[in-house]
Write a protein that binds this ligand. Sequence first.
Ligand code: F6R
Length: 607
Amino acid sequence: MCGIYGYIQSKSQKKPLEQCLDGLKNLQYRGYDSAGVATICDGDLIAFKTVGKVDLLNSLIGSKKYELSMAIAHTRWATHGGLSTENAHPQIDYQNTLALVHNGIIENHIQLKQFLEKKDVTFLSQTDTEVVTNLISYFCNQMSIKEAALKAISMIEGSFAIVFIHKNSPDSIFAIARSCPLAIGICDHTSDVYISSDPSSFSSSSYHTTFIDSDEIAVISNSSLLIYDFNGKIKEKSGSHLVVKNKDITKDGFDHYMHKEIHDQSFLCREILQKRKHQDSFYFSELKKSEQKIKQTKHIDIIACGSSYNAGLIAKEFLERLTLFPISIHLASEYRYTFHLDKKDTTCIVISQSGETADTLAALRYKKETFLQTIALCNVESSTLTRECDLFIPLLVGKEISVCSTKAFTSQLLNLYLLGIHFSNVLGINHQKLISEINNIPFAIDDILSKENIIKEYAHKYSKYPFFLFTGRKDMYYTSIEAALKLKEISYIPAEAMPAGEMKHGPIALIDKNMATVAFIGNEEISSKTLSNLSEINARNGQILLFASEIPSHITKDVILINSNGSNTFAPIPYSIAGQLFSYHLAKNLDREIDFPRNLAKSVTVE
Ligand code: F6R
């Protein structure tokens, strides 16, 4: 995954090392296993690297003043090689001539390493990044730096964004990419140059921004930006205008961003409903031009990963009932390796908070040409996903900082419900009863938030359990999948989700007094069935915590009452938020690092 940053000073007085560290902080959502920065000072390569977060670099750099014109930097999510300073980026080559940062995976790194070892090239790390660093360095002995980089990428298999500096060209930064985002922004006011995996990490200002396309190389200095194609020919690229407003996002008095983001959901859902309100229904102006294609649609494919996938899972039946289209929901990471019948006239909805998830992008690209239209449901307007889909629906929840998705997930689900209503409007299918129910969602969220103390008490009580089973039926089962994911992510306690009716087919063997079951009963039409399944768990001394709209005292005393404001249909939203609060307080009680859990990154940019 990883975040790449580079900076070249032009007319401003900004200090390259400080500027890079500032930029890296905005990229830590892409990984925070280690951080590093490199530059060239008086002809020497200098690099500072540390295991852990960017802030730790400050003390390494110390107060020494360096006269610099540029620097490159990196925040890592480890793929090859453990968490150590040797494996942190920037990687320095065997000749001590170049420093390189990398995002992505070099799939044939073992073969390339063998090739280099035969040439007596030595290695210090376990990373695939060091292989590409040494490969470019090796070819630099025979040709120009630009030619060496092009020669190296002609041998590399995989996807990557790479930025490097070389002693022989001390005022330049070289940038290459293949299927990984890498943006170059030239500041309108200072002409300073910024390079990043994500242009929203540039300093607040306005920019002329260019993305590096696959197998292009950019040679960047404070006086020129030259982009060459794979054959070394100059390419003219038009670029686009970008305004970056990087307001400092605070925790607003909450202990964690996750907690704040959970609480923001009530007003955010109100704002989303307000924005989409149209006459006595809901409408997406972004889809105005696609009405003909909606009418032509015969199937909907939904593609996503993780929580974004869970939002699709929960909404699937609702969308099917409302549009009468068959809906297929696909895990993006499996999509390219699974057989798909080519279905004509398919609208594809791709869901992603970040818009940079490599699996999701690869799945989109795999079949994009066969879809009637592609719609990105995404939180980041400048993301690769929104650029590659035909249409874009923003999540409108602002930046989500906590790695564990809460408000983005809820917006995805709400927007899918609203999309169902939009589609049914275009198709002339009646859905009036749903309008007042969906308008009640914010009140149901308020109700859950008002019960936080009760949820917290139960979270404390249950934090002693070593294993959790989450269960429910129909959309409550899918809601329980999302709740189990939240708990695993931030508490590190194993949690599995299981449809309540499936327990007796095997998993009930797990039940004893040490196993905690969390059950969601938000769909009244089937609650008696779920309760029977819970009785079976009860009979085997399993501990049960129930999130339900009424108290079935014969099952358990541990009940959190959820008021879905008369709506079974949209109950997954308040129940999911109850699950978020439960996981949050349980993880807090265990003193976990909630906003930045171990081994995770906010944006998963490797397959
Ligand atoms: C869970 C979580 C992840 C993401 C998944 C997809 O809390 O955040 O499961 O949902 O990595 O990421 P996006 O939505 O950015 O494509």
